[in-house]
Design a protein around this ligand. Structure first.
Ligand code: NAD
Length: 257
């Protein structure tokens, strides 16, 4: 009898953009996608050459672009260069992020709000707009936006971050509906506490105490654990999953006590 299973779990040969690829979850995602045979465009405001060298040395296909995702003109130029270099775009991972602390009556709040919304939310929408003509030509176009458990609850003193991440969930749902007729899926992942550049300054004792009190699995995750779930959402086989908000949080958001 012929095989009943027909859908592919391979992204080999797909062209994937990963923003914020110089560190943390973006770096882990770029590595994993390249390991899986994708052609990776690794983007970051920080120097990207070290990660490009790592991935190339591991046998992956990758090219880096240094850009600030808050700059519209740069997004449009770089996405055009990516499509020209790789011959198309199949997958977009909106991952770049910053975290700024301060209460709402802080003197710096206006600038923190503007920068947070620019980098965390507006940039994701602009990346999608720039990539859309190319995604439309793909046989299995996939978008994954990285939000946060801050989109499902709130921590005090990071109102711009929480507002922006909550916006990412809304953007994801809105575009999942908008692109549905075209078969382009749009999903978002809400990571919980992950060991990355963003959390590296938190003392280990403080991390352990937080994990013990709040996380069902009693630990921070490693970036690859998020990257693997991102991979699941971009597989050709994941074509009927769209508009989903997937917590990858060790049970943080479902734990009451
Ligand atoms: P990270 O600091 O290790 O990596 C973030 C990357 O984004 C860095 O390489 C940084 O240079 C890049 N970046 C920042 N601003 C940029 C800009 N304007 N243009 C281009 N690149 C820029 O942190 P991470 O934890 O890997 O963060 C990845 C995503 O995960 C972010 O969106 C973050 O908000 C989200 N997140 C992180 C956690 C956590 O616990 N670490 C939890 C929930 C959500």
């Amino acid at each position: 009898m012929a095989r009943l299973s027909k859908l592919s779990r391979s992204i080999a040969g797909k062209v994937a953009i990963v923003t914020g690829a110089a560190s943390g979850m973006g770096r882990a995602t770029a590595h994993l996608f390249a390991d899986e045979g994708a052609h990776v465009a690794a983007l970051d405001i920080s120097p990207i050459d070290p990660v490009v060298a790592e991935i190339t040395e591991a046998g992956g296909k990758v090219r880096g672009w240094q850009l600030d995702v808050s700059r519209k003109e740069d997004i449009d130029r770089v996405v055009g260069e990516i499509a020209a270099h790789f011959g198309g775009i199949d997958i977009l991972i909106n991952n770049a992020g910053i975290s700024m602390h301060g209460p709402i009556d802080n003197d710096d709040w206006e600038s923190r709000w503007a920068r947070s919304l620019d980098v965390l939310l507006t940039a994701q929408a602009r990346m999608i707009r720039a990539a859309l003509p190319h995604l439309r030509k793909s046989s299995s176009a996939r978008i994954v936006n990285i939000a946060s458990t801050e989109a499902l609850g709130a921590t005090r003193f990071i109102s711009p971050y929480t507002a922006a991440k909550t916006g990412v969930v809304g953007l994801t749902r809105s575009l999942a509906v908008e692109f549905g007729p075209e078969g382009i899926t749009v999903n978002c992942i809400c990571p919980g506490p992950i060991n990355t550049g963003m959390t590296q300054r938190i003392p280990p004792e403080q991390k352990a105490e937080y994990a013990r009190r709040r996380v069902a699995l009693r630990r921070y995750a490693e970036p690859e654990e998020v990257a693997q779930m991102t991979l699941s959402l971009v597989l050709p086989a994941a074509g009927f999953v769209t508009g989903v908000t997937l917590p990858v949080d060790g049970g943080l958001t479902i734990r009451n006590a």
